[in-house]
Design a protein around this ligand. Structure first.
Ligand SMILES: Cc1cc2nc3c(=O)[nH]c(=O)nc-3n(C[C@H](O)[C@H](O)[C@H](O)COP(=O)(O)O)c2cc1C
Length: 344
């Protein structure tokens, strides 16, 4: 049974959340990452870059349909452009969730065909779906019919047992024939047995050339490259061969990288002048979240990398790690931590 979100709730949501309705640029994206690309990380990321396309953590169709829909889709309008990533394989359920994505104001809806975890394989979610291109195509077609939002797919270059160039082309062609125009490609295969999700992000070798080849073979498709990208120099190299880059771990561990994105890739003025000013700009948001009952430590873990590699950065990190989890910890913990880093 698919639960209806009350129209009143959606209406409330819409009145405060407005999306421009424009196709977002995917020239520079931050990858969906469970437990990492939470609303609190994304708020900080958006203060550092106005143009980066942000992705939510994956939300399964089951969680959205049977769980607390509003909680899973909660976000701040300041985060736009923001894509919702879905995990699932049932066409009807995915269509329903794509409709919810539109109602809640997201900029794009993305289907996860890259996550290798056992837990999700059992439910036919993630990378195992690369072995079922017809099922993915059917799901994508249903999602496209259900929403005006762009529907995109994030996938691997293969899975063990289906890792040939021809397998990859068959996947892309079938999903493209269903109407998908944008493919975000993690440039390594996933090995579905024997490797942990973490190992599956490091062990299978990166094959960027295969992603470039996809763009050459299907120039009408938008191809975004992902996996192991760390610097703007690398991004610029990939942008010679693809339409966009998606960074995951580097954008999380070193969020200040995002402060250079708007000028480097969009010819725009960077929104944040310094790390200090960016964090101070978070204060009203942090305060309102605290008032809503969110624990400081739950938010502050996402800011730990902000002074990565800077003098005082270690002390900043340590102070937050030691104090943010104490009962009643408030904004003052962040303020004191910030004083530990010299402001030039
Ligand atoms: C902690 C963590 C959680 C992740 N969760 C997701 C997820 O929910 N959905 C998804 O498609 N990929 C997920 N990924 C994979 C990333 O989106 C990305 O494809 C991968 O990390 C490779 O990019 P990178 O080398 O730039 O980090 C996750 C990665 C990490 C590190």
């Amino acid at each position: 049974m698919i639960k209806n979100v009350s129209s009143e709730n959606v209406q409330n949501h819409l009145s405060t959340h407005e999306n421009t309705g424009l196709e977002p640029s995917r020239r520079f994206c931050v990858a969906p990452m469970m437990d990492w690309t939470t609303p609190h990380y994304r708020y900080l990321a958006r203060l550092l870059s106005q143009h980066t396309l942000l992705y939510t953590e994956m939300v399964t169709t089951g969680a959205l349909i049977h769980g607390d829909t509003e909680r899973f889709l909660r976000h701040d309008p300041a985060e736009y452009p923001l894509a919702l990533q879905l995990g699932g394989s049932d066409a009807g359920e995915l269509a329903h969730c794509a409709r919810l994505a539109e109602q809640f104001g997201f900029s794009e809806v993305n289907l996860n065909v890259g996550c290798p975890s056992d837990r999700v394989q059992n439910n036919m979610i993630g990378a195992c779906l690369m072995g079922h291109p017809d099922k993915v195509a059917e799901a994508v077609r249903a999602m496209i019919e259900a929403t005006r939002l762009p529907v995109t797919v994030k996938h691997r270059i293969g899975i063990n047992g289906r890792e040939s160039w021809e397998d990859l082309c068959e996947f892309v062609e079938k999903v493209a024939a269903a109407g998908c125009r944008t493919f975000i490609v993690h440039a390594r295969i996933a090995i579905l047995e024997g490797l942990s999700p973490k190992e599956n992000r490091d062990v299978p070798p990166l094959k960027y050339a295969w992603v470039y080849r996809l763009k050459q073979k299907y120039p009408h498709l938008e191809i975004i490259i992902n996996g192991g990208i760390k610097t703007f120099e690398e991004c610029n190299e990939h942008l010679k061969h693809t339409d966009g880059v998606m960074l995951g771990r580097e954008a999380y561990h070193n969020p200040w990288l995002l402060a250079g994105v708007d000028s480097e890739f969009f010819g725009a003025k960077p929104p944040a002048k310094t790390r200090h000013s960016a964090l101070r700009a978070m204060y009203p948001f942090i305060q309102s979240e605290l008032e809503r009952g969110v624990f400081l430590g739950h938010m502050s873990r996402h800011f730990l990398g902000l002074f990565h590699g800077m003098p005082g950065g270690r002390q900043f990190r340590r102070y937050i790690s030691e104090n943010a989890h104490k009962p009643g910890a408030g904004l003052e913990v962040i303020q004191v931590a910030l004083e530990k880093v010299p402001e030039s």
